[in-house]
Design a protein around this ligand. Sequence first.
Ligand code: NAI
Length: 446
Amino acid sequence: MNYFLAIIGGGPAGYTAAELASKAGKDVILFEQSSLGGTCLNVGCIPTKSLLYGAKQYYNATHAQRYGVTAENVNFDFAAMQKRKTIVVRKLVAGIKQRLNNEHCTIVTGAASVVSRTDEKVTITCNGESYEAENLLICTGSTNFVPPIPGIKDNPAIWNSTAALETKELPSSLVIIGGGVIGMEFATLYSELGISVTVIEALPRILATLDESISNYLTPVYTKRGVNILTSSKVTAIEGNNVTLDNGETLSAERILVCVGRRANISGLEALADLEYNRGAIVVDDFMRTNLPNVYAAGDVTGKIMLAHVASRQAEVAIGRMLKQIPVQRIAYNAIPSVVYTNPEVACVGISEDALEGCEAHTLPMTFSGRFMAENEGETGSCKVVINTKSRSIMGVHMVGNPCSEFIAAASFAVRMGYTIPEFMQVVFPHPTVSEILRETIAECK
Ligand code: NAI
């Protein structure tokens, strides 16, 4: 059978594209070597959030005195947390499979490789069978980067994020190399479960890609909680359970978690000899087209912003282009929200204060929200809004404080649509909600 579209990879990019193209009546074949849902669903976003929720329940129960509640003999069952996580993941994977089956999308379990390509068709092999399609969408994702630190290879003390998620035994102590998004989420999980955690970050601050207000807020919060944060520190060598830093200091821990970024998965694509790459990722335009006609790519493999919601939006754009849909869609990278599930959580969209000339920033503590005050004893949080000084349009929002992940979408909407302050102020926010802090801060920008 000749398919309209072959998709390699069944993560958020792949399964979104498969469902959309199948719904449009096209014959689609999707190859996935492991489990549908990709990194996000199986060993990323969803399992971490399941475990983090359990850890937060435990942490809140043991810190409930601030709300006038005392609980004795509070305990947690890590095996039960893991079991629940597995059930959540399984149900969601089954849901994706069901949706694709409903749309009569062909799913092949196995590692696919491209055999050849012409402008008319792409030939793919998987499990010894050959398949042909008019178009190819590459959604092969990314894997943990292993830095060339001496002593890291074949060291049983080393964990990557998958091992840190799937462990049955909690370590007594954990050193995390990399204070980025993954590093800080695991620092949250393990410290809330009472494990001694040290974060080693090469740059001068944790979460260095986010607005500085975020790390300025979180660093003392985590330090007070007992997390040892070492910034401007590089790991030069690892020997067994010992980590040596560039200042000569040595730290020891039962486990050493390495999370220093991810790299695009490009194996199986060797036959596409002319495919253009940039720093190991596939180059795409705003419509997710590669330099080869009839070959598209979406998700982490494009090396753009490695987030599941970016991947699924890229997939929508790719399918829109393939099907020549009107209006033509393109992805707006200036309005991509990002959330970090620390406690308190972080949510950002758009540019940072110092990223663009001609902008100004206004900040309010989250305590301006009555609901925040009622539910976040001992926290102040913060909401920073960046606006264009001339046009008065909203360019960025950077928040820390629970539950800002739940209303960053309102800020994304404003940034994406280019709303000015007076336009935004016409929107009424429900009271009492923490989301009101967004409107309050924007009102300050007048
Ligand atoms: P990252 O790029 O966010 O952070 C890696 C950190 O490691 C950087 O701050 C870097 O300076 C530091 N580093 C590198 N080499 C080092 C060394 N030798 N010693 C000490 N520090 C070193 O990468 P991360 O955290 O691995 O995340 C990978 C991707 O996954 C990111 O694109 C992230 O956005 C995404 N992700 C998103 C999540 C979310 O949206 N909640 C959750 C988890 C991952």
